[in-house]
Design a protein around this ligand. Structure first.
Ligand code: 6PG
Length: 247
């Protein structure tokens, strides 16, 4: 793995401020170095505060949205207006409030026949974003969550998706946590090509799993988040005190 960084904030608000700051710094760095910022958003509930913060006056002007491309690290196979849709959450909290060209927004297509088809199409969408044809897309930043069962994105414990070596995006059945819907998710090869993988983890329920992962005591089969190890990038943990076991 590349480098690792852990930051502990007092509460979820502090964590969100830290995450928003990382987003802004990553955007500036990527745009200065490569002319664009390619970011993959996380779903679930924890990132919502971060997205809201980034959409606020005073914050949103700090990102050059005209040079920002937004994709999703995972999605639930539900219509885009369903309350379980990760894209809906990101749109309502952030994307509807910033001046980003719609051609630079890439939600999963959940109107196709199956999660498998959606995943396949998404891989093609990502392939089209790469400047050198055939090469693996590298996210400048990917936000990720951690489930109390150790899952991240929609990579759930003991599923076959954890052993995918070639596909960038796959479909998978639900895990044990709600909502009980099929998913599409980035696989480890794509996640680990990221320049910066940033976990946002809040709450005491995550503390046990997190401690095991940070201690290096978890296999990716048991706790998939342990398998996120950017090859030439940074793994960042933004935690609140409760998740860090200091609550
Ligand atoms: C999803 C997610 C998932 C999420 C974790 C943590 O679609 O469910 O992307 O990986 O990040 O389940 O979710 P919370 O932030 O809600 O705890």
């Amino acid at each position: 793995m590349g480098t690792e960084l852990i930051e502990v904030y007092d509460d979820p608000q502090g964590l969100a401020a830290g995450a928003a700051a990382r987003f802004i710094v990553a955007a500036r760095g990527a745009i200065a170095a490569r002319g664009r910022f390619l970011v993959a958003l996380a779903g679930g509930s924890t990132p919502e505060l971060t997205y809201q913060l980034l959409s606020k006056p005073g914050m949103k002007e700090q990102v050059d949205w005209s040079k920002t491309w937004i994709v999703q690290g995972d999605e639930r196979f539900v219509p885009a207006d369903d309350s379980a849709s990760n894209w809906r959450m990101a749109r309502r909290a952030l994307l509807d409030h910033v001046p980003i060209p719609s051609a630079q927004l890439f939600p999963f297509d959940t109107l196709v026949k199956s999660p498998g088809e959606s995943a396949q199409r998404y891989a093609q969408t990502l392939a089209a974003l790469v400047k050198e044809p055939g090469s693996m897309p590298r996210m400048d930043l990917i936000f990720l969550g951690l489930g109390e069962d150790g899952h991240t994105a929609s990579l759930f414990p003991h599923q076959v998706s954890l052993h995918e070596e070639s596909a960038w995006v796959v479909a998978c059945p639900p895990g044990v946590l709600p909502p009980p819907v099929d998913r599409m998710t980035f696989t480890f090869p794509l996640l680990n090509a990221s320049r910066e993988a940033v976990f946002l983890v809040a709450g005491v329920k995550k503390a046990r799993v997190l401690a095991k992962i940070l201690a290096g005591e978890a296999t990716r089969d048991e706790y998939p988040a342990a398998g996120v190890q950017p090859v030439e990038g940074t793994r960042v943990w933004l935690l609140d005190r409760a998740a860090a076991g200091k609550g």
